[in-house]
Ligand binder design. Structure first.
Ligand code: ATP
Ligand code: MG
Length: 544
């Protein structure tokens, strides 16, 4: 196997392992626990695990870390599989920690036989009370020196269901005075009566993550076990297990920085709370940073991988700006999304000197002339956005004002002649005239206007529910506060707008740039009406 040109420290390590003849092929695994939905942080982990293996022509398994049956469900397994496929990765094998429960158990008996593990009768509270602190050594368990024969018998009785939950556990016999708390005789098996989503009630003892993980890696032939930095302190235990059990070649654990993004909750525990307390519509709510939420929002997976690639794989934790993620999404959609027109808050414009109807040509994608054009109906009445008209314009106002001119995108220049108000003084209609020789494709009017605005033809336009989003979490000034206090309770804004019929006729899920409004996904409401759901805002308007 050949080395590659390293782009990060993990690839440098792998290159060295190849040069030193330590490995023959790269094998990694993506190791989610099926206790919730994947989020954008997991996409970084996918990029690291699947992406690295792919670069070396190696393999990556999907490994479900299902050692904690009280929190795990088949629903989550299914969601995780679907999400990885959507991101675009293929796993070599689908493996579960529970596939190996019998072998993991046998290895525990081996540790006992070798005098490296003992059954402890201390309660979980007593164990944590005798663990010591960072500055103080722990205290050895009074059960630490049981004989091998007694330990084996008790451990077999634990498996057979003789003891109540929590009454005994199996602990590794390492070093209660180790400066690393994880090495102070850690618990490696506990008694827990809980139906497992795959093994049912076969087991009433379950291995702990730190003990099971190195075994599962080894049994899969993992060469590099790539995980996030919080596992750095667990590496000595990972290595200890491998050494005691004589693993050769022993998988190598390498840690990288977690992805953290401003204004974004990334912990499954808290995402779950958002769902359960009804702050969002579900795991796939478009405001959620879950893979399901991002998919539902209309974000292309390529944009997410692009983002994770650009922020890079490094060893030091840091927080990334959400605006950077948005820029990656925008770049992708600017390139790929068709253009169309809609208005959020319709204001009727009657063009008094226009008679009849016509079809106007418009580019499907202004950056891709090869995609050609389509036609938009134009009649004497259109809707513009309320925000594009001002009764009391500031100096240099470029949109529509009384007596002023503006260009309707891809159509004509109009002038506002009269403002119609209702009894409350609210503007309800504009009476305008158009310049007949000002058509965008053939403008001989000689009139130069600075502003161009989008519009929707009143005769053919359709009603659209337009959904706009702001962040679920308030800004960094609230950082450090509990997520509950940082919640933005007003993050979904619904407008009853108008859209061109092309949008209603297009495929569900298709992304568009609604000109001057933002990037939106076309979808449908329960009663079949057109819904346009925001993916990301536009950075630039035509008139800045
Ligand atoms: P959470 O803390 O959100 O529950 P987790 O770490 O418990 O996440 P796992 O299912 O255990 O989720 O994670 C699977 C893999 O994804 C692990 O290797 C983990 O290190 C990695 N991972 C989780 N969150 C991130 C993140 N924010 N950035 C990069 N990798 C992550
Ligand atoms: Mg975890």
């Amino acid at each position: 196997m050949k080395t590659i040109e390293a782009t990060n420290f993990i690839e440098q390590i792998i290159n060295e392992d190849i040069e030193n003849g330590k490995i023959e092929a790269v094998q990694t695994r993506f190791p989610p626990e099926p206790n919730g939905y994947l989020h954008i942080g997991h996409i970084k982990s996918m990029l690291v695990n699947f992406g690295t293996a792919k670069k070396y022509g190696g393999k990556c398994n999907l490994f479900f870390d299902d050692t904690n049956p009280s929190k795990e469900k088949t629903e989550f397994v299914d969601a995780i599989r679907r999400d990885i496929q959507w991101v675009g990765y293929e796993w070599e094998k689908e493996v579960y920690a529970s596939d190996f429960f019998e072998t993991i158990y046998e290895y525990a008996e081996k540790l006992i036989t070798d005098g490296k593990a003992f059954v402890c009768d201390l309660s979980p509270e007593e164990i944590s009370a005798t663990r010591g602190t960072l500055t103080e050594e722990g205290k050895e368990s009074p059960y630490r020196n049981r004989s091998v024969a007694e330990n084996l018998q008790l451990f077999r009785e634990m498996r057979a269901g003789k003891y109540a939950d929590g009454r005994k556990c199996l602990r590794a016999k390492i070093d209660m005075s180790s400066p690393n708390m994880n090495m102070r005789d850690p618990v490696i098996y506990r008694i827990l009566r809980c139906t497992h989503h795959r093994t049912g009630d076969t087991w009433c003892i379950y291995p702990m993550y730190d003990y099971a993980h190195p075994i599962c890696d080894y049994l899969q032939g993992v060469t590099h076990s790539l995980c996030t930095l919080e596992f750095e302190d667990h590496r000595p235990l990972y290595d200890w297990v491998g050494i005691q059990l004589g693993f050769a070649p022993k998988p190598r654990q390498i840690e990288f920085a977690r992805l953290a993004v401003t204004n974004t909750v990334m912990s499954k525990r808290y995402l779950k709370k958002l769902v359960e307390e009804g702050h969002v519509h579900g795991w796939d709510d478009p405001r959620m940073p879950t893979v399901a939420g991002l998919r539902n929002r209309g974000v292309p997976p390529e944009a997410l991988l692009d983002f994770c690639t650009k922020i890079g794989i490094v060893k030091a934790n840091s927080e990334c700006q959400l605006s950077y993620l948005e820029a990656c999404i925008r770049d992708n959609l600017n390139e790929n999304a068709e253009r169309a027109m809609a208005v959020l808050e319709p204001l009727k414009v009657t063009i008094t000197n226009y008679d009849g109807e016509e079809m106007l040509e418009t580019a499907i994608h202004p950056l891709k002339p090869e995609l050609g054009t389509r036609e938009i109906a134009f009649s004497g009445t259109v809707y513009i956005d309320r925000a594009d008209f001002s009764l009391d314009p500031p100096p240099k106002y470029q949109r529509l004002k009384e007596g002023g001119y503006v260009r309707l995108k891809n159509a004509y220049i109009i002038q506002c002649d009269e403002v119609v108000k209702d009894e409350n003084g609210e503007v309800v209609e504009l009476k305008c005239s158009y310049l007949p020789n000002s058509r965008s494709s053939n403008d001989t009017s000689g009139v130069k206007v600075k502003g161009t605005i989008q519009w929707v033809d009143a005769k053919t336009g359709v009603d659209a529910e337009i959904r706009r989003y702001s962040y679920l979490l308030k800004d960094a000034e609230y950082a450090g506060q509990d997520f509950g206090e940082r919640m933005n309770l007003d993050s979904e804004h619904i407008f009853h707008g108008k859209a061109e019929p092309y949008l209603a006729e297009s495929d569900d899920g298709k992304q568009f740039q609604l000109m001057r409004v933002g990037y939106y996904k076309k979808c449908q409401s329960e009663n079949g009406g057109l819904v346009l759901s925001e993916i990301v805002s536009l950075k630039d308007n035509f008139n800045k």
